[in-house]
Design a protein around this ligand. Structure first.
Ligand code: MG
Length: 383
């Protein structure tokens, strides 16, 4: 029976992971969250992990009191996250924390040769080369949870010779602002950006879907996961989110993975791979399926995607700068401090301001991330 450590258990992917774990009869070794103690307590009582971690020290103190009558141990901070990622009882670690904060625990889990069910795309974007190299050296498996990368993983499975792959085709829903132009988005609000047409996700990724930065991050994630150069990856807007991505081979065969938009399917596959088990996600009814459409993304309106594609072509730290700047700028947007189009402006400012350099070590990645966040603060103060 699989025993899972779940980093980020109270977020959207975390809660859906627990659905899958419960339905498939797996057990939970550890759960972690930033500060949602009420939900952490509820999850700890239901799943009885060995360890429950709140990143916030104050939240951890509260959680400890709440769980005093249970055998569940409580820990805090980055040390707690790393302990959860490396528990000897856990064979698989789901990394569903949001943002760069997932990097150190992911590397720690790789060091212990855990299977990584990777739902923390920022980790691969910032430190993709470092993470993949460390995984290769340790013989740790990284199985993607992101729906597009899970689709690519499934379409690549029957053909392990990457020399035969002509192109990876990432599909994009287009987000809530599809079809809009820059002038339509001048007054776009947080509430508008958070109305995603197909997927239900957390606030950060939903904002990234509205700016299309999410697809840019996924483009970089695909490069790292499948060791593909940027010219062999393309993006097509597919509004229905039925095809989750495709692989085109040198004989022009195109394989697509389809299904209802439900994250529980890629989560489940990352846990059970190479086996498939009875579905938690819903069945697809082809006869009720809307017509499938494909279009070019609009890089003039959605500048974040253009910036990500530029960063993807550059070696070293530009992707870490892009990601750090985006996390900081989206933070401002979600606090209603900047307008929607300013997210791309601040990211661009940081990309120009922070010196480009190597990203071979954890220290170099963290330094690029910190410098990018600082540049966004500075750009924000100057506006
Ligand atoms: Mg995705």
């Amino acid at each position: 029976m699989l025993n899972v450590s779940l980093l980020g258990s109270t977020g959207s992917i975390g809660r859906q992971s627990l659905d899958v774990i419960a339905a498939c009869g797996m057990s939970v070794a550890a759960i972690t969250a930033n500060s949602s103690v009420a939900l952490l307590e509820e999850q700890a009582r239901q799943f009885r992990p060995k360890l429950a971690v709140a990143y916030s020290e104050a939240a951890a103190r509260d959680l400890k009191v709440r769980l005093a009558d249970t055998p569940v141990r409580v820990a805090a901070g980055m040390d707690g996250l790393i302990e959860a990622a490396t528990l000897s009882e856990a064979d698989t670690v789901i990394t569903s924390v949001v943002g760069m904060i997932g990097l150190k625990p992911t590397l720690a889990a790789i060091g212990e040769r855990k299977r990584i069910a990777l739902a923390n795309k920022e980790t691969l974007v910032c430190a993709g080369e470092l993470v993949m190299r460390t995984a290769r050296e340790n013989g740790a498996e990284i199985i993607p949870v992101d729906s597009e990368h899970s689709a690519l993983f499934q379409c690549l499975e029957c053909n392990r010779d990457r020399g035969e792959v002509k192109r990876l085709i990432l599909t994009a829903s287009g987000g809530p602002f599809f079809g809009k132009k820059r002038e339509d988005l001048l007054n776009a609000t947080r509430a508008d950006a958070l109305k995603h047409p197909n997927w239900s996700m957390g606030a950060k990724i939903t904002t990234d879907s509205a700016t299309l930065m999410n697809k840019g991050l996924e483009f970089i994630e695909a490069m790292r996961l499948y060791d593909m150069p940027p010219e062999k990856i393309s993006i097509t807007v597919h509004r229905q989110s039925i095809i989750h991505s495709m692989v085109e081979y040198c004989d022009n065969a195109v394989l697509a993975q389809m299904g209802v938009p439900d994250m529980r399917l890629p989560i489940q596959y990352a846990l059970t791979y190479p086996r498939r088990v009875k579905a938690v996600a819903g069945e697809m009814d082809l006869l009720k399926c809307p017509p499938l459409t494909f279009e070019e993304p609009d890089l003039d309106t959605f500048r974040c995607l253009a910036l990500a594609l530029e960063a993807a072509k550059k070696p070293g730290n530009p992707c870490a700068i892009l990601n750090g700047a985006n996390e900081a700028a989206v933070g401002f947007f979600l606090e209603d401090k900047i307008r929607f189009l300013e997210i791309a402006e601040l990211v661009e400012y940081a990309m120009e301001k922070v010196p480009h350099g190597p990203a071979d070590t954890l220290e170099q990645v963290l330094a690029a991330d910190a410098a990018a966040r600082e540049a966004v603060l500075e750009g924000f103060a100057r506006r």
